[in-house]
Design a protein around this ligand. Structure first.
Ligand SMILES: *Cc1c(COP(=O)(O)O)cnc(C)c1O
Length: 398
């Protein structure tokens, strides 16, 4: 275990003073840089005014201001927001919304649809819809019933549509949860919008609610504010966390359409969505999120995003034909490459790569034979070059 004592911008500092470029934005959170002065000042001011209050029967200015600002950047069909406190609960709430939406309308739909190899978090509903893995083995007996389909490609999309029409009873499906365009935990596996669009159009026409898990993809990483912005067919529900609060404190929001909301709006108490966490809509978290949103839409950050996209493209042109590289892919500021290594030669590959990166002052977390970059928008060219150089060194020693 390495002690990290300080962070600023795109850089982490360990207890010996050694610096590391944070190539994955501490799990895609601190996109505007660590300890961002603008965000800190705003949160500090808020701290002196109102730190925490129950978000039940009460409301507060940071939550209202954040809601208004978030509505400006969310896909236009999103009209209602439900606050909670981390990515797993954001998806858990999305799942509960979908199940109860049908229940409230007097229809029993108890199955969920999800992509193979997805990751949606570590609570029970979220585990249920995530790809099957050894980590979740002990709990599988308690999972919600889930049907899984592969992520779409040009080759398999027709067979997926066929499967959805002939093998899966869509009338039993409450919701389809998916990571739009990029499956983060599945080593930044990317799929294009065309196939996803076809799946969404079909399932939505059968009354299935589309739940976009944008916990990783949200807030600019794909080159647009949300990955769903690349699609014509919009989700009914969107799950957000991670970069929502710019890496300062945890918080999450699950948004939905007016139509979903209306299924819960009733004088009958049992129709309400009863899900509340103690720190729901914490004022400091809301303040950090609002400051982050202001940065996201600023010319400066948008220009940074455009610049990083170009740097990655240039880097890709340089390395994609290298014999040690078997595949590369990019969506927005997320770049991934697969190393051309035989399975049997894996051994401790991941550990060796990680150590190499750390030794060269770069924090990257390879997944299997995949190396990916998702550095903060404020990363300088020199810092990004340090990442590129350390990756190129891998191609030489591998
Ligand atoms: C990280 C992540 C989650 C879970 O978020 P936590 O805050 O870690 O609970 C859910 N979905 C996706 C796509 C994620 O990347």
């Amino acid at each position: 275990m390495l002690g990290i004592v300080k962070a600023k911008g795109a850089v982490l500092y360990d207890e010996d003073g050694k610096e590391y470029v944070d190539g994955i934005s501490s799990w895609y959170t601190c996109m505007y840089g660590h300890c961002n002065d603008f965000i800190i000042e705003r949160v500090y001011a808020q701290m002196q005014k109102l730190d925490q209050v129950v978000f039940s029967g009460f409301t507060h200015e940071p939550a209202v201001a954040l809601s208004e600002a978030l509505m400006q950047v969310l896909p236009a069909n999103q009209e209602r927001l439900f606050f909670s406190d981390n990515g797993s609960t954001a998806t858990e709430i999305g799942i509960k919304m979908a199940l109860q939406y049908h229940h409230n309308r007097g229809k029993k739909r108890s199955v969920l649809l999800a992509f193979e190899d997805g990751f949606h978090g570590d609570t029970f509903g979220a585990m249920s819809v995530s790809g099957l893995s050894v980590y979740n083995g002990p709990f599988e007996d308690y999972f919600i019933d889930v049907k899984r389909i592969p992520v779409p490609t040009n080759e398999n999309i027709d067979s997926i549509i066929d499967q959805l029409i002939n093998d899966i009873d869509l009338d039993t499906i409450a919701g389809f949860i998916y990571e739009p365009l990029i499956q983060g935990a599945a080593a930044m596996k990317m799929h294009d919008a065309v196939g996803l669009e076809k799946i969404l159009a079909l399932v939505k026409s059968k009354g299935v609610l589309a739940i976009a898990d944008e916990v990783m993809t949200g807030f600019g990483k794909t080159g647009k504010h949300f990955a769903s912005d690349y699609l014509e067919v919009k989700p009914d529900i969107i799950c957000m966390s991670k970069a929502l609060t710019a890496g300062l404190v945890p918080m999450a929001i699950t948004s939905c359409t007016q139509e979903v909301y209306d299924a819960f709006y009733s004088d009958e108490i049992a129709k309400g969505l009863f899900h509340g966490h103690t720190y729901t809509a914490n004022p400091l978290a809301c303040t950090a999120a609002l400051a982050g949103l202001e940065l996201l839409v600023s010319d400066e950050i948008q220009e940074n995003i455009t610049r990083i996209i170009q740097w990655h493209q240039d880097f890709d042109a340089e390395i994609k034909d290298h014999p040690k590289v078997s595949a590369t892919r990019q969506t927005g500021i997320i770049y991934a490459l697969d190393l051309n290594v035989q399975m049997e030669r894996y051994g401790n590959l991941r550990d060796r790569l990680f150590q190499h990166f750390m030794d060269s002052g770069v924090f990257l977390r390879p997944l299997g034979n995949t190396i990916y970059i998702s550095a903060p928008y404020v990363t300088t060219k020199a810092q990004m070059d340090k990442i590129y150089t350390s990756i190129k060194a891998v191609l030489e020693f591998l």
